[in-house]
Design a protein around this ligand. Sequence first.
Ligand code: PLP
Ligand code: COI
Length: 341
Amino acid sequence: MEKKNFDWANLDFSYRQTDKSYVSYYKDGAWDEGQLTDNHTVTISECAGVLQYSQSCFEGLKAYTTEDGHIVTFRPDLNGERMEDSARRLEMPVFPKERFVDAVVQTVRANAAYVPPYGSGASLYIRPYMFGSGPVIGVAPAKEYQFRILTTPVGPYFKGGIRPLTLCVSDFDRAAPRGTGHIKAGLNYAMSLHAIVTAHKNGFDENLYLDAATRTKVEETGGANFIFVTKDKKVLTPKSSSILPSITRRSLMYIAKEYLNYEVEEREIYFDEVKDFAECGLCGTAAVISPVGKIVDHGKEIIIPDCQNGMGPVLKKLYDTLTGIQFGRIEAPKGWIKVIE
Ligand code: PLP
Ligand code: COI
């Protein structure tokens, strides 16, 4: 299979159409068998549930070329599970996780020429998504849906690659205590757009959101969870029922404990504690681990001492181990790597 001719090492995080997408239709109470398609345009009713009441959810994962030349994905079963949870919360029909994984495999295989080569630093981003396509005018779940997967080759999420980011403490809230922050609903991202555009206008890379109820605890950013490292090298991550349960974060906490023998803790983290931490990183599929050098709280600057030149030593070890597992250089825990071909 001949690879497409991209400047792989210089790809940014934007959409580039590939050969095939996947689509399955839900109608009369059942999903059809699903198929690959060449059609990258969606035509739906003007009154579709997604257009009127934002009934949509999505996932994000990546395919990589390993050191020995295989195409693999990382823990796609967990994305399938999370999409089941998202669908239930949004009164959408569940697309079963086994079918989700099979659809991911089919779509990646059909776009193998777009999976960036080993060592390029790029990957094939996989975006499964689901939306209400049937008409609704009274507020109610749609009766018809589409589950689709598109793929697109991408480079780093943050412009300029791995560099210390500057965050601002947002005046906006991302998620209500018993709302939808824990699922990957499109609506969570629609309402974050004003906050991120404002942050960018003010010269910041991302927002740090506080918990909406007390505005004293660290939640997450618009597209990634937090990992902190204390001065005595304990690895911490915020515990909250209103943040997205990041698959990268769950994997990193396991790696920190089981591979690197760090003490780890998932607990509520007060914003007041952040000034005392040695390292801070954003973690997610798109962000991988992105170091945070500075957090600005209404003019007050918090400098993260060990992330002034990039990742500090603990985050770097976590990054090297995670990417080592993803690219086949380090043995993965059982079930983490799904080989496509
Ligand atoms: N938090 C938010 C709000 C996200 O959009 C994402 C990205 O999916 C993450 C965290 C990281 O999750 P994951 O590691 O599963 O990609
Ligand atoms: C991902 O990391 O896959 C995401 O969905 C985050 C998104 C903001 C790009």
